[in-house]
Design a protein around this ligand. Structure first.
Ligand code: DGT
Ligand code: CA
Ligand code: CA
Ligand code: ZN
Length: 580
């Protein structure tokens, strides 16, 4: 299990303890352990059977080491299980609603026995909340809207959580002798922003017809399974504890390509492809592409063969949404999509100066390890007080430190001095022009007053990018996937002005943002905007989130030349405003 997942389970234990009115000291010890795990550079799963080494991590004592072992072994802590059993298995979902903290959850439980989002919804509808102290009309309305948003998003999962679950399951399946290949299909393979359920394909000698029973049994014995939905001849479906559904299909090598093609989808793409097959005298199924005349197999083992037999170039999964990709593949005119290896830099990241976890040098070394030629350090500005954002004086100090560190790198990488400056409510910027002028990269972002009406928000951002020192508009719509909608704004007007001013727009690769959406990215590119893809890393390990951003750019059909930070540094800077 990844550190992040372990940290989440420890954090949930702390939440539950807090709801139960537990000992504050004990609550803090779980929170501290969660933080220590999250920030540990070493993957804890490699240490889980070695309590001594676990205990060397500051914040992890003997008891916590035992908890981590439990988490590794069965995906929960004993206390978490005990408390969930005492309340409601879905109690933690309540904490995801806006305005809901442990105290409120405790109150709802004690007074109304509300332990899940469903029960909260019913209590709101029945007018029961009004009877409670502190629950005024405003709070009740906020909760009602929160429940509605939750409903809209529920059942979907962020890309990183889905990928993590798929990787963990793959490792388990590959432990079984005779399963040699495991591939996630479905929306995860297509790189959609969020995932409804996981579709996993496995193959190998163990998946042949006469042996598949044992492979199915192994799959159904996967320890993190919360409940088994179905166990068929070569298919196992279950829920993980997170609620994520997984469909595993075990297939013989011979039909792997056809199955991968089928279960990758999308449904729309598949329907169009099947129609094309029929027109050409074939039938296409999850088992094979067969000739209509005699039923003989024309292609089945690999995706390339299937597309080729249909007169098509192989279509990258990100493009399989039924939006013209089949016609393009037939005309041999699919775009050469951008790849991760095309990137030369990442120009949005935070350090300890504000809310990041690492130093400038650590971020630089991590970037070197990932093959980058340049980065920009872009900490927050003072308006974001909770991050200890920089004021003018500290920003200048930070520039000095960046320049120093850059010199110490002796050309192994270039470190640009940057800032992520807050766009204030009126469109002004949070730092003085004198300071901004000294930055190589100025990302301007909205982090407050998300509720402004559309005209106001649009004017605010337009005013901000008029500032001559702004080079990049950060996460332009401010959405948080599954949590917060984009703020209301006239994106087209903003993209148009940004293109004219040569202000680049950011695609934020963080899986909870992925802002801009694929359609917006295509639009931005068509309108001539510079596009920069950044991780917004707050930790060295976050630099790896770039892959999610790349997939979104590919979904938008973008190529290497459409993205500025694929260029060598001089050309990158020249592509930004102020560059010449
Ligand atoms: P999701 O799970 O909502 O994020 O989206 P998908 O695309 O993973 O959808 P899912 O899990 O329902 O199905 C996985 C793939 O299986 C889908 O992309 C295409 C294929 N598939 C499923 N049902 C059908 C169907 O009725 N017809 C066709 N042609 N393909 C289907
Ligand atoms: Ca799926
Ligand atoms: Ca599915
Ligand atoms: Zn930001």
């Amino acid at each position: 299990m990844e550190n992040r997942a372990i940290a989440r389970l420890l954090g949930e234990t702390a939440d539950l303890l807090e709801i139960s009115g537990g000992d504050p000291f004990r609550i803090r010890s779980y929170r501290r352990a969660a933080e220590a795990v999250e920030n540990s550079a070493e993957p804890l799963s490699s240490l889980a059977r070695d309590p001594k080494r676990l205990q060397q991590i500051p914040g992890i004592g003997k008891g916590m080491a035992a908890n981590i072992e439990e988490i590794e072994a069965r995906g929960s802590t004993p206390l978490r299980d005990e408390l969930l059993a005492r309340y409601h298995p879905a109690l933690l979902e309540l904490l995801k609603l806006p305005g809901m903290g442990p105290k409120t959850v405790a109150l709802l439980w004690e007074s109304l026995q509300v332990g899940s989002v469903e029960q909260l919804e019913a209590a709101i509808e029945a007018g029961k909340l009004r009877t409670l102290p502190r629950f005024g009309d405003k709070l009740v309305e906020k909760l009602r809207r929160g429940v509605a948003d939750y409903r809209k998003n529920s059942g979907r999962f962020l890309l990183d959580a889905a990928e993590e679950a798929a990787e963990q399951l793959s490792r388990y399946l590959l432990q079984f002798g005779g399963i040699t290949r495991v591939t996630p299909a479905g929306s995860l393979r297509r790189g959609r922003e969020t995932v409804g359920d996981l579709d996993i394909l496995a193959t190998g000698p163990a998946c042949a017809e006469d042996t598949v029973r044992d492979a199915v049994a192994h799959t159904a014995a996967y320890p993190p399974i919360a409940d088994l939905i179905a166990k068929g001849q070569n298919k196992v479906s279950f829920h993980l504890r997170s609620g994520l559904q997984v469909d595993v299909r075990l297939l013989p090598e011979a039909s792997y390509g056809a199955a991968l093609q089928y279960f990758t989808g999308s449904k729309t793409h598949n329907i169009a492809l099947r129609q094309r097959a029929l027109k050409l005298g074939y039938s296409l199924s999850e088992y094979a592409l067969s000739r209509l005349e005699d039923g003989s197999v024309a292609a089945s083992g690999g995706e390339e063969e299937i597309y080729a037999a249909l007169g098509l170039d192989w279509i990258p999964p990100e493009l399989r949404e039924g939006s013209g990709e089949i016609e393009a593949a037939a005309a041999r005119s699919l775009p050469a999509l951008i790849e991760q290896a095309d990137l030369r830099g990442d120009v949005h990241m935070h350090t300890r100066a504000t809310d990041g976890r690492n130093t400038i040098a650590e971020m630089a070394e991590a970037a070197i390890a990932r093959g980058y030629e340049y980065i920009a350090i872009t900490d927050h500005s003072k308006n974001l007080a909770m991050t200890n954002g920089l004021d003018d004086r500290r920003a200048l100090e930070q520039i000095r430190r960046i320049r120093e560190c850059d010199a110490e790198m002796e050309g192994r990488i270039r470190i640009l001095a940057g800032i992520e400056v807050d766009i204030l409510g009126d469109g002004g910027l949070d730092l003085s022009n004198e300071v901004l002028a000294q930055m190589d990269v100025v990302i301007a972002s909205v982090h407050s007053l998300f509720q402004q009406p559309r005209e106001e928000m649009t004017a605010r951002i337009l005013k901000a990018i008029e500032n001559p020192f702004v080079t990049i508009l950060g996460h332009p719509t401010g959405r948080l996937l599954l949590r917060r909608e984009a703020y209301a704004l006239d994106l087209v007007a903003i993209l148009k002005r940004a293109a004219a001013l040569r202000v680049a727009v950011e695609h934020n690769a963080s899986p909870e943002r992925l802002d801009l959406r694929d359609v917006d990215l295509r639009l931005a590119s068509e309108m001539g905007c510079g596009i920069v893809v950044n991780t917004d890393a707050h930790h060295t390990s976050h630099l790896d989130k770039m892959r999610y951003g790349i997939r979104q750019l590919r979904r938008a059909g973008l190529r290497k030349q459409d993205v500025l930070n694929t260029r060598p540094l001089p050309e990158f800077l020249a592509g930004l405003r102020r560059g010449s």
